[in-house]
Design a protein around this ligand. Structure first.
Ligand SMILES: NC(=O)c1ccc[n+]([C@@H]2O[C@H](COP(=O)([O-])OP(=O)(O)OC[C@H]3O[C@@H](n4cnc5c(N)ncnc54)[C@H](O)[C@@H]3O)[C@@H](O)[C@H]2O)c1
Length: 354
Protein backbone atom coordinates (compact mmCIF):
# COMPACT_ATOMS: atom_id res chain seq x y z
CA UNK A 1 0.00 0.00 0.00
CA UNK A 2 1.33 3.43 -0.98
CA UNK A 3 -0.21 6.35 0.86
CA UNK A 4 0.14 10.09 0.55
CA UNK A 5 -0.85 12.12 3.60
CA UNK A 6 -1.06 15.84 2.90
CA UNK A 7 -0.41 17.77 6.10
CA UNK A 8 1.53 14.66 7.12
CA UNK A 9 3.46 16.47 9.87
CA UNK A 10 0.38 17.99 11.48
CA UNK A 11 -1.40 16.47 14.46
CA UNK A 12 -3.69 14.09 12.56
CA UNK A 13 -1.34 13.52 9.63
CA UNK A 14 1.69 12.56 11.74
CA UNK A 15 -0.32 10.23 13.98
CA UNK A 16 -1.82 8.48 10.96
CA UNK A 17 1.57 8.22 9.23
CA UNK A 18 3.21 6.65 12.28
CA UNK A 19 0.31 4.24 12.83
CA UNK A 20 0.31 3.21 9.15
CA UNK A 21 4.00 2.39 9.36
CA UNK A 22 3.40 0.42 12.60
CA UNK A 23 0.44 -1.59 11.32
CA UNK A 24 1.53 -2.03 7.69
CA UNK A 25 5.29 -2.34 7.85
CA UNK A 26 5.66 -2.72 4.08
CA UNK A 27 3.53 0.32 3.28
CA UNK A 28 5.12 3.41 1.76
CA UNK A 29 3.90 6.53 3.51
CA UNK A 30 4.65 9.93 1.97
CA UNK A 31 4.01 13.02 4.10
CA UNK A 32 3.65 16.30 2.21
CA UNK A 33 3.79 19.34 4.46
CA UNK A 34 4.96 22.94 4.26
CA UNK A 35 5.66 22.92 8.03
CA UNK A 36 3.65 26.10 8.48
CA UNK A 37 2.01 24.92 11.72
CA UNK A 38 4.29 25.66 14.61
CA UNK A 39 5.50 22.36 16.07
CA UNK A 40 5.04 20.38 12.85
CA UNK A 41 8.85 20.26 12.60
CA UNK A 42 8.84 18.27 15.88
CA UNK A 43 6.26 15.83 14.52
CA UNK A 44 8.38 15.49 11.36
CA UNK A 45 11.18 13.87 13.42
CA UNK A 46 8.71 11.27 14.72
CA UNK A 47 7.37 10.58 11.23
CA UNK A 48 10.87 10.01 9.87
CA UNK A 49 11.84 7.82 12.86
CA UNK A 50 8.76 5.67 12.12
CA UNK A 51 9.87 5.21 8.49
CA UNK A 52 7.65 7.78 6.79
CA UNK A 53 9.03 9.76 3.85
CA UNK A 54 8.87 13.54 3.99
CA UNK A 55 8.20 15.78 1.01
CA UNK A 56 8.58 19.46 1.80
CA UNK A 57 5.83 20.93 -0.34
CA UNK A 58 2.75 23.06 -0.43
CA UNK A 59 -0.73 21.95 -1.46
CA UNK A 60 -1.33 25.45 -2.83
CA UNK A 61 1.32 24.78 -5.48
CA UNK A 62 0.02 22.31 -8.05
CA UNK A 63 3.49 21.46 -9.38
CA UNK A 64 4.62 20.35 -5.91
CA UNK A 65 2.56 17.21 -6.48
CA UNK A 66 4.79 16.33 -9.46
CA UNK A 67 7.50 15.31 -6.96
CA UNK A 68 5.31 12.65 -5.34
CA UNK A 69 5.44 9.04 -6.58
CA UNK A 70 2.24 7.24 -7.63
CA UNK A 71 0.12 6.16 -4.66
CA UNK A 72 -3.04 4.11 -4.01
CA UNK A 73 -4.57 6.20 -1.23
CA UNK A 74 -4.50 9.91 -0.44
CA UNK A 75 -5.50 11.20 2.98
CA UNK A 76 -6.20 14.94 2.82
CA UNK A 77 -5.11 16.32 6.21
CA UNK A 78 -3.43 19.57 5.15
CA UNK A 79 -5.35 22.57 6.31
CA UNK A 80 -5.57 25.77 8.16
CA UNK A 81 -7.86 24.13 10.75
CA UNK A 82 -8.87 27.10 12.90
CA UNK A 83 -12.51 28.07 12.88
CA UNK A 84 -11.44 31.65 13.56
CA UNK A 85 -9.08 31.80 10.56
CA UNK A 86 -9.66 34.22 7.75
CA UNK A 87 -10.61 37.38 9.58
CA UNK A 88 -7.09 38.72 10.12
CA UNK A 89 -5.65 40.50 7.03
CA UNK A 90 -3.54 38.12 4.92
CA UNK A 91 -5.08 34.99 6.48
CA UNK A 92 -8.05 34.81 4.16
CA UNK A 93 -6.05 33.98 1.02
CA UNK A 94 -4.09 31.29 2.87
CA UNK A 95 -7.30 29.78 4.25
CA UNK A 96 -8.99 29.54 0.86
CA UNK A 97 -5.83 28.63 -1.07
CA UNK A 98 -4.90 25.85 1.37
CA UNK A 99 -8.28 24.44 2.35
CA UNK A 100 -10.11 24.71 -0.96
CA UNK A 101 -7.61 25.19 -3.79
CA UNK A 102 -5.21 22.83 -1.97
CA UNK A 103 -7.89 20.13 -1.92
CA UNK A 104 -8.56 20.69 -5.63
CA UNK A 105 -4.83 20.34 -6.39
CA UNK A 106 -4.88 17.16 -4.31
CA UNK A 107 -7.83 15.91 -6.37
CA UNK A 108 -5.89 16.43 -9.64
CA UNK A 109 -3.17 14.22 -8.15
CA UNK A 110 -5.74 11.63 -7.03
CA UNK A 111 -7.23 11.61 -10.54
CA UNK A 112 -3.83 11.28 -12.20
CA UNK A 113 -3.09 8.20 -10.07
CA UNK A 114 -6.65 6.83 -10.09
CA UNK A 115 -6.19 6.69 -6.32
CA UNK A 116 -8.76 6.79 -3.52
CA UNK A 117 -9.21 9.85 -1.32
CA UNK A 118 -10.15 10.05 2.33
CA UNK A 119 -11.04 13.60 3.31
CA UNK A 120 -10.98 14.96 6.84
CA UNK A 121 -13.87 17.34 6.84
CA UNK A 122 -15.36 18.98 9.88
CA UNK A 123 -18.49 19.35 11.96
CA UNK A 124 -18.10 23.03 11.12
CA UNK A 125 -19.91 22.42 7.82
CA UNK A 126 -23.11 22.50 9.92
CA UNK A 127 -24.38 26.06 10.36
CA UNK A 128 -23.74 27.62 13.75
CA UNK A 129 -26.64 30.05 13.54
CA UNK A 130 -29.19 27.22 13.54
CA UNK A 131 -27.22 24.93 15.91
CA UNK A 132 -27.15 27.80 18.39
CA UNK A 133 -30.93 27.41 18.69
CA UNK A 134 -30.74 23.81 19.98
CA UNK A 135 -32.68 23.18 23.18
CA UNK A 136 -30.23 22.81 26.06
CA UNK A 137 -30.31 21.52 29.58
CA UNK A 138 -27.96 23.59 31.76
CA UNK A 139 -26.26 21.73 34.61
CA UNK A 140 -23.87 23.58 36.95
CA UNK A 141 -20.79 22.33 35.06
CA UNK A 142 -22.09 21.57 31.57
CA UNK A 143 -24.72 21.93 28.91
CA UNK A 144 -26.49 18.87 27.55
CA UNK A 145 -28.71 18.60 24.51
CA UNK A 146 -32.34 18.27 25.58
CA UNK A 147 -34.30 15.22 24.41
CA UNK A 148 -36.76 17.62 22.81
CA UNK A 149 -35.40 19.13 19.61
CA UNK A 150 -37.34 20.61 16.73
CA UNK A 151 -34.48 20.76 14.20
CA UNK A 152 -34.10 17.95 11.65
CA UNK A 153 -31.03 15.81 12.27
CA UNK A 154 -30.61 16.93 15.88
CA UNK A 155 -31.35 14.82 18.96
CA UNK A 156 -29.97 14.25 22.43
CA UNK A 157 -27.45 11.95 20.72
CA UNK A 158 -26.07 14.83 18.66
CA UNK A 159 -25.94 16.01 15.05
CA UNK A 160 -26.65 13.64 12.15
CA UNK A 161 -25.67 13.90 8.50
CA UNK A 162 -29.16 15.06 7.46
CA UNK A 163 -28.86 18.25 9.50
CA UNK A 164 -29.83 21.11 7.11
CA UNK A 165 -26.90 22.96 5.59
CA UNK A 166 -28.55 26.34 5.01
CA UNK A 167 -26.90 29.02 7.11
CA UNK A 168 -23.55 30.44 8.15
CA UNK A 169 -20.73 28.10 9.07
CA UNK A 170 -17.54 30.26 9.27
CA UNK A 171 -15.04 30.85 6.49
CA UNK A 172 -13.23 27.69 7.61
CA UNK A 173 -16.42 25.62 7.44
CA UNK A 174 -17.19 27.06 4.00
CA UNK A 175 -13.80 25.97 2.60
CA UNK A 176 -14.36 22.44 3.89
CA UNK A 177 -17.93 22.16 2.58
CA UNK A 178 -16.86 23.50 -0.82
CA UNK A 179 -14.05 20.90 -0.82
CA UNK A 180 -16.59 18.17 -0.09
CA UNK A 181 -18.59 19.21 -3.18
CA UNK A 182 -15.52 19.02 -5.42
CA UNK A 183 -14.55 15.63 -3.97
CA UNK A 184 -18.03 14.26 -4.71
CA UNK A 185 -17.89 15.57 -8.29
CA UNK A 186 -14.39 14.19 -8.94
CA UNK A 187 -15.41 10.87 -7.41
CA UNK A 188 -18.54 10.59 -9.55
CA UNK A 189 -17.14 11.95 -12.81
CA UNK A 190 -13.79 10.14 -12.75
CA UNK A 191 -14.66 6.97 -10.82
CA UNK A 192 -12.44 7.76 -7.84
CA UNK A 193 -13.19 5.98 -4.54
CA UNK A 194 -13.77 8.61 -1.87
CA UNK A 195 -14.86 8.91 1.74
CA UNK A 196 -15.72 12.13 3.57
CA UNK A 197 -15.43 12.12 7.36
CA UNK A 198 -17.00 15.12 9.08
CA UNK A 199 -14.99 15.05 12.29
CA UNK A 200 -15.87 16.69 15.58
CA UNK A 201 -13.07 17.64 17.96
CA UNK A 202 -10.06 15.33 17.52
CA UNK A 203 -7.27 15.13 20.03
CA UNK A 204 -4.26 13.16 21.21
CA UNK A 205 -0.49 13.48 21.40
CA UNK A 206 1.30 15.60 18.75
CA UNK A 207 -1.48 18.19 18.67
CA UNK A 208 0.04 21.65 18.92
CA UNK A 209 -2.92 23.15 20.78
CA UNK A 210 -3.45 26.88 20.69
CA UNK A 211 -6.18 29.26 21.73
CA UNK A 212 -8.14 28.95 18.48
CA UNK A 213 -7.51 25.26 17.73
CA UNK A 214 -6.65 22.17 19.75
CA UNK A 215 -8.34 23.15 23.02
CA UNK A 216 -7.83 19.81 24.80
CA UNK A 217 -4.03 19.95 24.54
CA UNK A 218 -4.01 23.67 25.29
CA UNK A 219 -5.95 23.03 28.52
CA UNK A 220 -3.58 20.29 29.65
CA UNK A 221 -0.44 22.27 28.73
CA UNK A 222 -1.62 25.37 30.57
CA UNK A 223 -2.32 23.30 33.68
CA UNK A 224 0.96 21.42 33.49
CA UNK A 225 3.09 24.55 33.02
CA UNK A 226 0.87 26.81 35.15
CA UNK A 227 -0.36 29.28 32.57
CA UNK A 228 -3.65 31.12 32.39
CA UNK A 229 -6.94 30.15 30.80
CA UNK A 230 -10.43 31.57 30.63
CA UNK A 231 -14.03 30.55 29.99
CA UNK A 232 -15.35 32.67 27.13
CA UNK A 233 -19.05 33.28 26.66
CA UNK A 234 -22.26 31.45 27.65
CA UNK A 235 -22.20 32.92 31.15
CA UNK A 236 -18.46 32.41 31.62
CA UNK A 237 -18.80 29.19 33.67
CA UNK A 238 -17.20 26.77 31.21
CA UNK A 239 -20.42 24.83 30.58
CA UNK A 240 -19.87 24.62 26.80
CA UNK A 241 -19.35 21.02 25.74
CA UNK A 242 -17.84 19.05 22.83
CA UNK A 243 -17.42 15.39 22.03
CA UNK A 244 -13.79 14.38 21.59
CA UNK A 245 -12.31 11.55 19.51
CA UNK A 246 -8.83 10.13 20.07
CA UNK A 247 -6.83 10.15 16.84
CA UNK A 248 -6.06 6.44 17.30
CA UNK A 249 -9.79 5.69 17.19
CA UNK A 250 -9.92 7.70 13.95
CA UNK A 251 -7.08 5.56 12.61
CA UNK A 252 -9.03 2.36 13.37
CA UNK A 253 -11.93 3.74 11.37
CA UNK A 254 -9.70 4.74 8.45
CA UNK A 255 -8.24 1.20 8.43
CA UNK A 256 -11.75 -0.15 7.91
CA UNK A 257 -12.56 2.52 5.32
CA UNK A 258 -9.49 1.67 3.26
CA UNK A 259 -10.30 -2.03 3.37
CA UNK A 260 -13.93 -1.39 2.37
CA UNK A 261 -13.76 1.49 -0.11
CA UNK A 262 -16.23 -0.17 -2.44
CA UNK A 263 -18.93 -0.25 0.23
CA UNK A 264 -18.82 3.46 0.92
CA UNK A 265 -19.19 5.01 -2.52
CA UNK A 266 -18.31 8.59 -1.57
CA UNK A 267 -20.45 8.55 1.54
CA UNK A 268 -20.36 11.33 4.09
CA UNK A 269 -20.02 10.25 7.72
CA UNK A 270 -20.17 12.20 10.95
CA UNK A 271 -17.27 10.90 13.02
CA UNK A 272 -16.58 11.83 16.62
CA UNK A 273 -16.32 10.79 20.22
CA UNK A 274 -20.11 10.80 20.55
CA UNK A 275 -22.30 11.47 23.56
CA UNK A 276 -20.26 9.22 25.88
CA UNK A 277 -17.07 11.11 25.14
CA UNK A 278 -18.43 14.60 25.61
CA UNK A 279 -16.74 16.97 28.01
CA UNK A 280 -17.36 20.57 29.06
CA UNK A 281 -14.58 23.09 29.71
CA UNK A 282 -15.36 23.07 33.44
CA UNK A 283 -15.13 19.26 33.50
CA UNK A 284 -11.93 19.43 31.46
CA UNK A 285 -10.48 21.75 34.09
CA UNK A 286 -11.34 19.26 36.84
CA UNK A 287 -9.69 16.41 34.91
CA UNK A 288 -6.55 18.48 34.21
CA UNK A 289 -6.28 19.39 37.92
CA UNK A 290 -6.60 15.70 38.86
CA UNK A 291 -3.91 14.61 36.40
CA UNK A 292 -1.39 17.44 36.87
CA UNK A 293 -2.06 18.27 40.53
CA UNK A 294 -2.03 21.94 39.50
CA UNK A 295 -4.79 24.52 39.85
CA UNK A 296 -4.41 27.65 37.71
CA UNK A 297 -6.00 31.06 37.35
CA UNK A 298 -9.21 30.80 35.32
CA UNK A 299 -10.53 33.99 33.75
CA UNK A 300 -14.09 34.46 32.66
CA UNK A 301 -15.84 36.62 30.08
CA UNK A 302 -19.56 36.77 29.48
CA UNK A 303 -19.49 37.78 25.82
CA UNK A 304 -19.97 34.95 23.29
CA UNK A 305 -17.34 34.58 20.57
CA UNK A 306 -18.74 34.98 17.07
CA UNK A 307 -19.52 31.57 15.53
CA UNK A 308 -19.04 29.72 18.82
CA UNK A 309 -21.53 27.09 20.01
CA UNK A 310 -22.64 26.09 23.51
CA UNK A 311 -22.52 22.42 22.54
CA UNK A 312 -21.62 20.11 19.66
CA UNK A 313 -21.98 16.34 19.82
CA UNK A 314 -21.40 13.97 16.90
CA UNK A 315 -24.10 11.41 16.25
CA UNK A 316 -22.12 8.38 15.01
CA UNK A 317 -25.19 6.32 14.11
CA UNK A 318 -24.59 6.21 10.35
CA UNK A 319 -20.97 5.07 10.55
CA UNK A 320 -21.90 2.60 13.33
CA UNK A 321 -24.47 1.16 10.96
CA UNK A 322 -21.87 0.79 8.19
CA UNK A 323 -19.13 -0.89 10.18
CA UNK A 324 -19.82 -1.25 13.90
CA UNK A 325 -16.98 1.16 14.58
CA UNK A 326 -17.16 2.76 18.02
CA UNK A 327 -14.72 5.06 19.80
CA UNK A 328 -12.84 3.03 22.41
CA UNK A 329 -10.58 5.52 24.14
CA UNK A 330 -12.23 7.52 26.91
CA UNK A 331 -11.43 11.12 27.69
CA UNK A 332 -9.52 10.45 30.91
CA UNK A 333 -7.19 8.03 29.09
CA UNK A 334 -6.75 10.53 26.25
CA UNK A 335 -5.77 13.22 28.74
CA UNK A 336 -3.26 10.97 30.49
CA UNK A 337 -1.64 10.21 27.11
CA UNK A 338 -1.40 13.91 26.34
CA UNK A 339 0.09 14.58 29.78
CA UNK A 340 2.70 11.82 29.31
CA UNK A 341 3.67 13.18 25.88
CA UNK A 342 4.02 16.76 27.19
CA UNK A 343 6.21 15.57 30.06
CA UNK A 344 8.35 13.37 27.84
CA UNK A 345 8.99 16.03 25.17
CA UNK A 346 8.87 18.97 27.59
CA UNK A 347 12.14 20.49 26.33
CA UNK A 348 10.77 20.91 22.82
CA UNK A 349 7.11 21.49 23.57
CA UNK A 350 7.10 23.94 26.44
CA UNK A 351 8.14 26.91 24.32
CA UNK A 352 5.36 26.19 21.84
CA UNK A 353 2.50 25.17 24.10
CA UNK A 354 3.07 26.90 27.43
N1 LIG B 1 -8.00 18.64 14.96
C1 LIG B 1 -9.31 18.64 14.94
O1 LIG B 1 -9.97 18.74 16.00
C2 LIG B 1 -10.04 18.51 13.62
C3 LIG B 1 -11.43 18.40 13.65
C4 LIG B 1 -12.12 18.27 12.45
C5 LIG B 1 -11.42 18.24 11.25
N2 LIG B 1 -10.07 18.36 11.26
C6 LIG B 1 -9.38 18.34 9.97
O2 LIG B 1 -8.33 17.41 10.04
C7 LIG B 1 -7.25 17.85 9.22
C8 LIG B 1 -5.98 17.84 10.02
O3 LIG B 1 -6.08 18.77 11.09
P1 LIG B 1 -4.98 18.86 12.22
O4 LIG B 1 -5.69 19.04 13.51
O5 LIG B 1 -4.02 17.76 12.07
O6 LIG B 1 -4.29 20.24 11.87
P2 LIG B 1 -2.72 20.62 11.96
O7 LIG B 1 -2.65 22.09 11.83
O8 LIG B 1 -2.12 19.98 13.16
O9 LIG B 1 -2.12 19.91 10.67
C9 LIG B 1 -2.22 20.46 9.40
C10 LIG B 1 -0.87 20.35 8.73
O10 LIG B 1 -1.00 20.91 7.42
C11 LIG B 1 0.18 21.66 7.16
N3 LIG B 1 -0.18 22.68 6.18
C12 LIG B 1 -0.88 23.82 6.35
N4 LIG B 1 -0.98 24.49 5.20
C13 LIG B 1 -0.33 23.75 4.28
C14 LIG B 1 -0.08 23.92 2.90
N5 LIG B 1 -0.52 25.00 2.23
N6 LIG B 1 0.63 22.96 2.24
C15 LIG B 1 1.08 21.87 2.90
N7 LIG B 1 0.89 21.66 4.21
C16 LIG B 1 0.19 22.59 4.89
C17 LIG B 1 0.60 22.25 8.49
O11 LIG B 1 1.98 22.58 8.53
C18 LIG B 1 0.25 21.11 9.44
O12 LIG B 1 1.36 20.28 9.65
C19 LIG B 1 -7.65 19.22 8.69
O13 LIG B 1 -8.16 19.07 7.40
C20 LIG B 1 -8.73 19.67 9.64
O14 LIG B 1 -9.62 20.54 9.00
C21 LIG B 1 -9.37 18.49 12.42
Amino acid sequence: MKILITGGCGFVGSNLAILFKQYYTHSEVYCLDNLSRRGSEINLQKVIAAGGQFIHGDVRVKTDFDRIPAVDIVIDAAAEPSVLAGKVPGELENLIDTNLNGTINTLYFVKKNQAAIIFLSTSRVYPYNTLAKANLVALPKRFNLSNEQSLIGLSQQGVSENYPLEGLRSLYGATKLASEYFIQEFSYNFGLPAVINRCGVLSGPYQMGKIDQGVIVLWMAKHLWKGQLGYIGYGGLGQQARDVLHVRDLFRLIQWQIANLGLQNCQIFNVGGGLENTVSLAELTDLCIQITGNTIAMGSSLENRSGDLPIYITNNKKINHFCNWQPEIKIDQLLVEIFDWLKKDENKLRAILA
